[in-house]
Design a protein around this ligand. Structure first.
Ligand code: ADP
Ligand code: MG
Length: 376
């Protein structure tokens, strides 16, 4: 598996960063951001934004595309990665990059290190790039929220993952220590061990089974369900204890399908233990037997990811974010049309707002927002 191509982090300037951030802000409302809009909201003193954009295209951090109704720029995956990684290095959260260690359904996982060479884990969330087959029928709804693009979905996924990981870590659940996040990237403790799916034999399957079922119950009593509690998302550490990972799809026990998700998590463990270790037990948790003693679900919901103004949560729910998002070619003509119209409709006040957002975003990228202490 490959290395993260980060050489470019060293060469690009603050102006490049500003131009990319301007395109990112423009993409809140456009599939393709007109060059004139980028120039206007990047607001660089010496002009020359078009030359910078051309260079950024050469480095494949931007692409210039011809839409049906108008042409414009958009960030590539690499461009979005660049913004997040630059922010995380500015904040001194990470200082060097290592190898890819995993590839999940909707993510790439790398080792990285902080300034003191402590190894860390970096997860880049990659949700379906454009449209979603399973919401084709909801296209009208989607068209009026054309900002619900891969960029924001990946970011929501990472934000949600970080929020859950932090809430769980604070309650002493066995999860990686959350370090920081930016855009679609989460930095966390690197688990010393491998996924349960690589484990062929354990000394005491019954003990591990109990430990996992107790975790499902403890989560449930806190008001949450993992939602993807399987042998790929359960790591086994050096001491043969489980560490749970992968949280973007977690749901509240108040969710309308909560019992279904809960039973599925329980069934995953039972079936895996039967198949892999030949272990079966009549004892397994039931949703109706949960005794709620915490409000982790509402705490996380209040911590921000639900309030983001970029993507509304009902839409995410309908798309089953973290559950079954399929990438599909966007039929984005309507979106193009919308964008083409609105591109001409910006007032000086709108532009000023966008410029302020660019400034605020850049400022946020430079400060350490998360003050969780070092890994011990
Ligand atoms: P996805 O959401 O794409 O399934 P996961 O969070 O499950 O991504 O991670 C995919 C794989 O990466 C895991 O199965 C595991 O092997 C590895 N991995 C993830 N997080 C860590 C970590 N903190 N430490 C070590 N390995 C990890
Ligand atoms: Mg996973």
């Amino acid at each position: 598996m490959g290395k993260l191509d980060v050489a470019i982090l060293r060469y690009l300037t603050g102006e490049d960063f500003r131009v990319l951030t301007a395109v990112e802000m423009g993409m809140k409302n456009h599939e393709l951001v007109p060059g004139s809009l980028v120039a206007s909201i990047a607001n660089l003193r010496h002009g020359g934004v078009h030359k910078l954009m051309k260079e950024l295209c050469k480095h494949r951090l931007l692409t210039y595309e011809r839409g049906k109704h108008y042409d414009g720029y958009r960030l590539t995956n690499a461009g979005y990665d660049y913004l997040a990684l630059k922010a995380l290095t500015n904040r001194k959260v990470i200082a060097s990059f290592g190898n890819q260690i995993g590839v999940g359904k909707e993510s790439n996982i790398y080792t990285v290190a902080d300034e003191d060479r402590n190894p860390l884990c970096l997860k880049l969330h990659r949700l379906g790039r454009t449209c979603f087959r399973n919401i084709k029928s909801k296209r009208d709804y989607h068209a009026h929220r054309n900002n619900a693009s891969w960029l924001y979905l990946s970011r929501i996924s990472a934000t949600k993952e970080f929020a859950y990981m932090k809430a769980l870590y604070d309650r002493d659940f066995p999860v990686p220590k959350p370090i920081d996040f930016n855009r679609h990237c989460v930095v966390m403790q690197l688990v010393n061990g491998g996924p349960l799916t690589h484990v062929t034999a354990v000394e005491d399957p019954g003990a591990l089974y109990d430990e996992l079922m107790n975790l499902i119950v403890r989560l449930g009593n806190c008001g949450v369900i993992h939602g993807d509690f399987n042998e790929f998302n359960i790591m086994i550490d050096e001491d043969n204890h489980p560490i749970i990972i992968d949280f973007p799809q977690m749901v509240s026990t108040s969710h309308s399908n909560a019992e279904l998700y809960f039973d599925r998590d329980v069934r995953c463990v039972r079936e895996f233990f039967k198949k892999r270790f030949g272990y079966e037990s009549d004892l397994y948790p039931k949703f109706s037997e949960l005794e709620r003693d915490d409000v982790l679900d509402t705490e996380v919901a209040c911590s921000g990811y639900k309030r983001t103004k970029d993507v509304d949560n009902d839409l995410l729910e309908e798309m089953g974010i973290g559950l079954e998002v399929s990438d599909d070619e966007a039929d984005s003509e309507d979106d193009d049309q919308d964008a083409a119209e609105s591109a001409n409709k910006y007032t000086e006040q709108d532009l000023d707002e966008l410029r302020k957002e660019v400034d605020a975003s850049i400022k946020n990228d430079e400060t350490v927002i998360n003050q969780i202490t070092e890994i011990t």
